[in-house]
Design a protein around this ligand. Sequence first.
Ligand code: UDX
Length: 400
Amino acid sequence: MRDIVAEKIETLERGEVPIYEPGLAELLERNRPRLSYTLDVGEAIRDAQFLYICVGTPPTASGDADLSAVWTVVDELPRDFDGERPIVVMKSTVPVGTGTAVRAALDARGFERVGYVSNPEFTAEGTAIDDFMHPDRTVIGSFRPDDGDAVERLHEGIDGPIVRMDVASAEMVKLASNAFLVTRISFINEIANVCEVTGADVLRVAEAVGLDHRLGPHFLRAGIGFGGSCFPKDSLALKQLAANSGYHFQLLSAVIEVNELQKRRVVNKLKKHLGSLRGKRVALLGLAFKPNTDDMREAPSIVLAARLAAEGAVVSGWDPIADGRAALTGVHIAGSALEALDGADAAVVVTEWPELREVDWAEAGARMENRLMVDGRNTLDPEELRAHGFEYEGIGRGGE
Ligand code: UDX
């Protein structure tokens, strides 16, 4: 495994994992004799039959995927490949057409004997190992069937169907899957918003809607919107890919906009109870974009903290794992949920960490200046909180 960040390589060599991902440290430890880490690309590709590209493709200022890391890796491939037909396998999420461009670049450098396969990544953070070992499907897109066959053989022992196709379609599967998932989230969030003004409860609605076998129960959790390293960037990248190709993807544009507005609705909920937020103390409970990860990328907490600061509120925050200090300037980061709630006028559940259900809400309420809970993930028990004197606001719980 090769990375350009020396610190990461050193951490991995020490047997530590530079990110928080349940089970990953144990997995790496079990396989230690078979793993090596290096900064040197020549060393990494020595004897390698498969060259996986797993670099970030963050959004550029225009919202397109930034492929500079992909191109750096391709450009850095040394001439002295071992083996008969090494295969470059693209794991990174890239716009449709990238494979064709990389293929052309490889050919232009005289690397015709190097294969190329698109094999998009569908693992979610926090469940990455299980997702990898038991995938819903493994997508393999190739220009030549024998390259696809080789990557398919590599997946023997991993249970789940293998779906073979051309490279462009494989690239699109990833973007389309993520776009569909975010569409479900924005859809249920809008249903939640309508529930609020009509007196329905989105939890009951989503449960029953999800029992329709044509719809299924997943990704129907209403909340304060999606974040993370994939959904925001991939939905924007697909929107821009379509636009660059002359098509205005209206539905996806609306999905993205709904998500932006959803994060901000929390501010209005706070104002409804507190009036002006100037000088009010607001505690953000959970900062990571979702539980079981320390990832702060595109976390709703970032937008929320900035909006609250703009309203003049004094913001504190707590997360059991994520270190929000870099992303949340001006927010007091507390060592515990109770500390974050000290003197607060309101609490907002931003991330549904299971730890929050263990909080002693009687004590929390006693520490707060005012007992207001905006449960942005519908994760707490409204009855329990009300029993402790809280005003409780969930998302889409008009009937509550
Ligand atoms: C996602 C995809 O699930 C994965 O297939 C892809 O490879 C990478 O992007 P990840 O970002 O790790 O994975 O997290 P996921 O569990 O999908 O959640 C993403 C965001 O959506 C979170 O902010 C989460 O809170 C939000 N979400 C998810 C909802 O708001 N409601 C839901 O019902 C589900």
